[in-house]
Design a protein around this ligand. Structure first.
Ligand SMILES: NC(=O)c1ccc[n+]([C@@H]2O[C@H](COP(=O)([O-])OP(=O)(O)OC[C@H]3O[C@@H](n4cnc5c(N)ncnc54)[C@H](OP(=O)(O)O)[C@@H]3O)[C@@H](O)[C@H]2O)c1
Length: 382
């Protein structure tokens, strides 16, 4: 029996991870879960999965949850960052699914790595901000990082067949989001509701907006660089609107492997939870004849500048990716709160990057200080 902790069990990835557990309850059990605002769902999850530990980020929400649980519920309720770290370090858990959204995932992921846990990494912000610092910790503490992001899971699976050093390039696919093919004039007036209509995937709000700006692909470029130890010049982003080819790898002999599947995040989640084994499930099978046509385009880097900013952040190195990520987090929140426009997201990210001089990352504090600096700097540009 494997035990897991799910950080962010109430979110899109978290609930799908629980669905994977539901399908394999004889092999995998949930020891710890966490949420932030959705205490009704946490209550249901506690009753169904009976975890030892549940963290609610907000103290008041934690008290509220306790009130609504039946007497004699055995699950211990904890709160705050301490509670989230307790769920990440939980002794019984061998695998930690990091499915919180944003940089809040950094500290608990580092804590889990230092305990030598296997990380099923959905929270890409951890690698984007921590980069080589996280990868070095993962080596030092023998804590494998298995990607959950469908693109990185695809690349990981392609690389399983070959050694890393034989790679020519990584082909990272992008759906293009809801505004594929649109120009700046069109984007001037798009609303939050428009940006939240992703054509293929149903995801949390932050990543859905990131998919619309192509920042999500930018963050994935940064994630891929660190996860696979590859140069940014070896990463080619292509737009593939059907989201069937999840990504691929071209090797030095110009042979290319790709991983295909329907857009269903339970597939890469299940892969990460049972790696290196493959398990059966009852998910829908891919029928290429039903799909008929797969198409590919170059991304429009001029209109969707967030993707180019990600490559620039990698070139600048040090704390620059963390700054871009923190700026983007702040901007997406401002956009969702209807305080800035869609195009402001890229424009502010660019201004923040231009005013930052990157520092080498030697500790988690350097990353958190860069985040704080960024939060203050974003305010200047609103
Ligand atoms: N969704 C996808 O298909 C997908 C694919 C690839 C990668 N990812 C990555 O996976 C991560 C999660 O994405 P998602 O789409 O699942 O997000 P989501 O649906 O918004 O869920 C986020 C989870 O984090 C919790 N949370 C939010 N703010 C928090 C805070 N300040 N402190 C503690 N917990 C907090 C939420 O709790 P409450 O709901 O209780 O408030 C929820 O459980 C992101 O890093 C994303 O980039 C997602």
């Amino acid at each position: 029996m494997k035990y897991i902790s799910i950080l962010g069990s109430t979110g899109s990835i978290g609930t799908q991870a629980l669905d994977v557990v539901r399908g394999h309850s004889d092999k995998i059990k949930v020891a710890a879960i966490s949420g932030n605002t959705n205490i009704e769902l946490l209550r249901k999850q506690i009753l169904e999965f009976n975890p030892d530990l549940c963290c609610v980020m907000d103290d008041n929400n934690a008290l509220e949850l306790k009130k609504h649980l039946p007497p004699h519920t055995r699950t211990e309720i904890v709160s705050g960052m301490e509670g989230l770290i307790a769920a990440a370090e939980y002794e019984k858990s061998q695998i930690i699914v990091t499915a919180v959204s944003g940089m809040i995932g950094l500290k608990p992921t580092v804590a889990a790595v230092k305990k030598g846990k296997t990380i099923a990494l959905a929270n890409k912000e951890t690698l984007v901000t921590g980069g080589n610092y996280i990868m070095n910790l993962s080596k030092k503490y023998k804590a494998p990082i298995i990607p959950v992001d469908s693109e990185h899971s695809a690349i990981f699976q392609c690389l399983m067949a070959n050694e890393n050093k034989a790679v020519n390039k990584i082909i990272l696919t992008a759906s293009g989001g809801p505004f594929r093919g649109k120009d700046k004039e069109f984007l001037k007036t798009v609303t939050v509701e428009d940006a939240l209509k992703h054509p293929n995937w149903s995801m949390g709000k932050k990543i859905t907006v990131d998919s619309a700006t192509l920042m999500n692909k930018g963050l994935e470029v940064i994630e891929a660089k660190f996860l696979f130890g590859i140069d940014p010049e070896q990463i080619e982003v292509i737009v593939h609107p059907q989201s069937i080819i999840h990504s691929g790898v071209e090797f030095i002999d110009h042979s290319t492997l790709a991983q295909l599947g329907l857009p269903d995040m339970r597939i890469p989640i299940q892969f990460a939870l049972f790696y290196p084994n493959r398990m059966e499930n009852n998910y829908k099978s891919l029928s290429l004849t039903d799909i008929g046509t797969l198409t590919f385009e170059k991304p429009d880097l001029k209109t969707f500048k967030c993707l180019s900013l990600a490559f620039e952040a990698l070139k600048a190195g040090g704390t620059m990716p963390a700054v871009l990520n923190a700026s983007n987090e702040a901007c997406v929140k401002l956009f969702l709160d209807k305080k800035i426009s869609f195009l402001d997201i890229g424009n502010i990210n660019e201004k923040v990057m231009l005013s930052h001089s990157p520092l080498e990352i030697d500790s988690i504090e350097t990353i958190l200080e860069a985040e704080e600096w960024t939060k203050q700097t974003v305010k200047k540009y609103i």
